[in-house]
Every structure is written in structure tokens, then in C-alpha cells.
Design a protein around this ligand. Structure first.
Ligand code: NAP
Length: 277
């Protein structure tokens, strides 16, 4: 089921960017059928890119593509688990086959559940690291080797801001996201000579998303504990992705753009979840 609130909710204002910013480009967004991923797909597609989304649940992907197409965006989907290099390579190949090229990759797929370290199994830790970090590696590598190295492009990895200070019940996630940040910088150095830019967008808690509901408890309280004193929207994060994906960021690589209202500077590392204070 597509949650339309994330498409036209808190911040459905006119874009400050030129409508043709990504004209002629093709973008692949992992985890693009839900939440932030779907909003990134809508924002990149709304600025001229042809869009491919991928994840595991075909019904969600189909519904999301219908929503994007309704908005006038050329969109396709591929089914894959980002933990599988073979499945990812097949989907990246299909996208290039369908659209003739691939210019922008957004590694957004992730897993999350709140749990203290003492209650976290080795398997639970590994699942999140595999989706977030190994998945980012699989997709980035396939895209680089099958296409990006030939003509350049932009990879935007969706990280988080909790790993900069630490957060209770999130040891597995902050570990995975710290790895994503580090992987990004290594790729930026290796792939820069091929005109492939690799950057991070590190969102804070975004209003109305699954992630916030599951992890931060009292959303309103937490999302207003930042210097801007208000929650952020998925649109505001997607606009940061659009900037890094576009030629407006042509001299930006290996960078981390934190989009959290300054929250990582002031937020407590203790979530507002019942029973955890
Ligand atoms: P979400 O709605 O839970 O979306 C996660 C997406 O990842 C889903 O579409 C899911 O699709 C896909 N996915 C999960 N495991 C996968 C796998 N093994 N292979 C392929 N796809 C997989 O999450 P969200 O809240 O929008 O968060 C999006 C990104 O922002 C994540 O990277 C998250 O860490 C980051 N972030 C979010 C917040 C927040 O406030 N929500 C804050 C900081 C950072 P399937 O189930 O169909 O596979």
C-alpha cells in the first residue's frame, strides 16, 4: 500500500529547483516503493529523470510505480533483495536495458528495529548490516561496473545522523550507517577519476515515516528537539538528494550532507519509547 501522505504531506510546496534539472538522466532508487525512497523517486522524477525503483515486495513496487506514472513520471520497477549481488546485478542490467543508461543511484533500502545490545542476536545485527551496508556495496558496485564507469554519474547513499553521537536501541543501525559513510568516502576516492561522484545524505527523523514510528516513539517531541524546532519532511530530504544527484553538485564528492534541522547537535541519544527512559 502506498502511503500518499508522504507524497504530498507536510511540505508539498513548489520546488526551488528547475523542473528540468535531471532531464535525460535515469535514476535507480533502492527501497523506492515506500517512505523516503518513494518521495526521492517522486522528486527526482518530477525534475525530469526516468525512474527505476527496486525492493523485495512486488505489490508495493507496482503500486508505487502506478503513483509515479500518475504524476507523469516514466517509471519501472525491479524485484531484488539488495543483499544478493546476483539479484542486484540482474536488476541493474534490466534498468540499463530498459532505459539505455543509468546516471543516478540512490541507496535508500534499509532495515531497522529498536533493540538493546543485550537483546540483539548476532543474526539481528547481521541482517541490518547486510541490508544497509552490504546492500549499498552490491548496488553501487553493479551500477559502477555495468554503466557509471563508462560515462560518470552520481551515487547518493542514505545514511542517518544517529551514528555521529550514538543512540540507544540502535547499535546495529548506527554501526551499519557508520559503515555506509566510510564506504562512501572510499568510493569517492576510487571513482572520482571516472567522474562518478559518491555522497551521503544523512536524514534526521522525518515526520510520518515508518522509521520514525518504529524507532523514535514520541515523534513530535523528538523531532522538535532540534535547533530549527520543527520536524522535517521526506520532501526536504529528497531535495538534498536531488541537489547531490544533479550537476548543481558537480564539484561535490565524498561529502556528507546532514539534513536534520541540526538535530544531531542537540538530540538526546535516548529514544522516547515506552519503557525506555
Ligand atoms: P521504510 O519505509 O521502512 O523503507 C525501507 C525500504 O527498504 C522499503 O521500501 C523496503 O522494501 C526496502 N528494503 C528493506 N530491506 C530490503 C532488502 N533486503 N532488499 C531490498 N529492499 C529492501 O524506511 P524509511 O523510513 O523511508 O527510511 C528510508 C531510508 O532513510 C533508510 O535508509 C533509513 O535508514 C533512512 N533514515 C530514515 C529516517 C526516518 O526518519 N524514517 C531517519 C534517518 C535515516 P521491501 O520491504 O519491499 O524490500
Amino acid at each position: 500500500m502506498v502511503d500518499r501522505r508522504t507524497l504530498d504531506g507536510v511540505n508539498a510546496r513548489r520546488s526551488p529547483f528547475r523542473a528540468d534539472l535531471l532531464q535525460g538522466k535515469v535514476a535507480l532508487i533502492t527501497g523506492g516503493a515506500t517512505g523516503l525512497g518513494l518521495e526521492i523517486a517522486r522528486v527526482l522524477g518530477g525534475h525530469g529523470a526516468r525512474i527505476a525503483i527496486c525492493s523485495r515486495k512486488e505489490a508495493n513496487l507496482r503500486a508505487a510505480v502506478a503513483v509515479l506514472q500518475e504524476a507523469g513520471i516514466e517509471a519501472i520497477y525491479g524485484v531484488c533483495d539488495v543483499r544478493s549481488a546476483d539479484e542486484v546485478t540482474a536488476v541493474v542490467g534490466d534498468v540499463i536495458g530498459a532505459f539505455g543508461r543509468l546516471d543516478v543511484v540512490v541507496n535508500n533500502a534499509a532495515g531497522n528495529f529498536p533493540v538493546p545490545v543485550s537483546g540483539l542476536s548476532a543474526g539481528g545485527f547481521k541482517v541490518v548490516v547486510d541490508i544497509d551496508l552490504l546492500g549499498t556495496f552490491n548496488v553501487s558496485k553493479a551500477a559502477y561496473e555495468l554503466c557509471l564507469r563508462e560515462h560518470g554519474g552520481s551515487v547518493v547513499n542514505i545514511s542517518a545522523a544517529t551514528q555521529y553521537r550514538g543512540m540507544a536501541l540502535q547499535a546495529h543501525v548506527v554501526s551499519a550507517k557508520a559503515g555506509v559513510d566510510a564506504f562512501t568516502r572510499a568510493c569517492a576516492i576510487e571513482w572520482g577519476p571516472d567522474a562518478v561522484r559518491v555522497n551521503v545524505v544523512a536524514p534526521g527523523a522525518m515526520s510520518g515515516t515508518e522509521g520514525v514510528k518504529r524507532v523514535t516513539g514520541d515523534e513530535r517531541h523528538r523531532t522538535t528537539q532540534n535547533p530549527l524546532r520543527r520536524p522535517g519532511s521526506t520532501t526536504e530530504v529528497a531535495q538534498a538528494v536531488l541537489f547531490l544527484a544533479s550537476d548543481a553538485a558537480s564539484y561535490v564528492t565524498g561529502a556528507t550532507l546532514v539534513v536534520d534541522g541540526g538535530g544531531w547537535l542537540t538530540a538526546s541519544g535516548v529514544p522516547d519509547l515506552p519503557g525506555y527512559q
